[in-house]
Design a protein around this ligand. Structure first.
Ligand code: GH3
Ligand code: MG
Ligand code: MG
Ligand code: MG
Ligand code: MG
Length: 331
């Protein structure tokens, strides 16, 4: 068996992972006892020691300096240590500062009350320096572990948020995907109802895209979809406008606070943009350039309005635009 390690003179890590000094608050009303505790802590390598001789000062120091650990006497002038511990716990919701009671009271019930009041450990005075340092080391270890856990939880939370965002992004175009569209459309229907404002949903579908793929190849087809995605982003100028990739070569646009006339202006702008930034489609029966067709639905949402009903109406309009010869928008 190996013998326990002999405590070195500087036994407590003087600073945390982030380099900040480990700070201990000593709450003790007897000046001589307090002085010897402070001296022992300094010998053990604690550079920052705060002192308090009563409960009120202890709480004020605790709130102001946020020490890493508290050594807490019980019998104090005014409020006792149990009360101080309770106040400290209440003033750090979600946080945790180790509290070690250090008292002359040595009954089992005192220990019980100390732990119930929020203490993490209970030592009876006088305490040997080696025991005090050992207990501080144990708490320090728990504190470091907890801090790592808190940091990890925060990282996890952020990763989760990024993941949640990714779940609603189309990998090819970077636009919102169908899942995101469904959620956002639902939200805008509710907002439209509240605000009593017209909401437009527009479905755009590339004309003869199968032919495009067949002649230009899938890689070029993908590039074309990305390009269309960029154009759509460009025409969506208002902060609440949403361009999404609804499926294959279909795109859905949510245009809040947009009446039918506004939607038609938007469609013309989109068609114009496609003309000024032409994409060659040599195999299109409609000419040598890529064109799109669109179905538009506009309404002031009420109780009967749903994402499904709006999508259905936009799809019907799109179908009509296709049937009437493509390269046009119907509403
Ligand atoms: P229409 O004018 O009636 O819309 O004809 P279309 O050929 O565009 O429509 P159809 O639904 O027959 O074909 C859609 C094509 O879109 C089929 C598929 O090859 C292509 N497509 C769908 N998703 C992707 C994709 O992610 N990448 C590429 N390159 N092509 C895609
Ligand atoms: Mg006392
Ligand atoms: Mg089709
Ligand atoms: Mg198509
Ligand atoms: Mg299609």
């Amino acid at each position: 068996m190996t013998s326990p390690a002999t405590p070195p003179s500087s036994s407590i890590n003087a600073s945390g992972d982030d380099g900040t000094p480990f700070t201990v608050l000593v709450v003790e009303d007897q000046a001589s006892v307090r002085a010897s505790l402070v001296a022992e802590l300094r010998r053990a390598g604690v550079r920052q020691v705060l002192e308090a001789a009563n409960g009120d000062t202890a709480l004020a120091e605790f709130r102001l300096h946020r020490p890493d650990l508290v050594l807490l006497d019980i019998r104090l002038p005014g409020q006792d240590g149990y009360w101080v511990a309770q106040q400290m716990r209440e003033s750090e919701p979600g946080g945790w500062t180790p509290i070690i009671f250090l008292s002359g009271l040595d009954s089992d019930l005192d220990v019980w009350r100390g732990i119930e009041a929020g203490g993490d450990d209970y030592l009876v005075k006088p305490v040997k320096p080696i025991v005090l340092v050992a207990k501080l080391r144990a708490m320090r270890r728990l504190l470091d572990m907890r801090r790592r856990m808190v940091a990890l939880t925060e990282e996890l939370h952020q990763a989760n948020q990024r993941l949640n965002e990714m779940v609603e992004v189309d990998a090819l175009t970077g636009l919102v995907n169908r899942r995101g569209l469904d959620r956002l459309l639902y939200g805008e229907i509710l907002a439209g109802r509240r605000e009593n404002l017209p909401l437009t949903l527009m479905l755009c579908d590339i004309d003869h895209f199968k032919r495009y793929n067949d002649t230009a190849g899938h890689v070029q087809g993908d590039a074309c979809l990305r390009h269309i995605g960029l154009l759509l982003k460009e025409v969506c100028m208002r902060p609440r406008d949403v361009a999404s990739r609804y499926g294959g070569e279909e795109f859905a646009l949510i245009l809040p606070n947009t009446p039918r006339s506004g939607a038609m202006t938007f469609a013309r702008a989109l068609t114009q943009l496609l003309k000024t930034s032409p994409i060659a489609h040599p195999d299109s029966p409609l000419g040598s350039q890529l064109t799109i067709s669109g179905g538009i639905t506009t309404c002031i949402p009420d109780e009967s309005t749903s994402a499904e009903s709006m999508l259905m109406r936009a799809d019907e309009a799109l179908y009509a635009a296709k049937a009437q010869g493509r390269n046009r928008f119907f509403s």
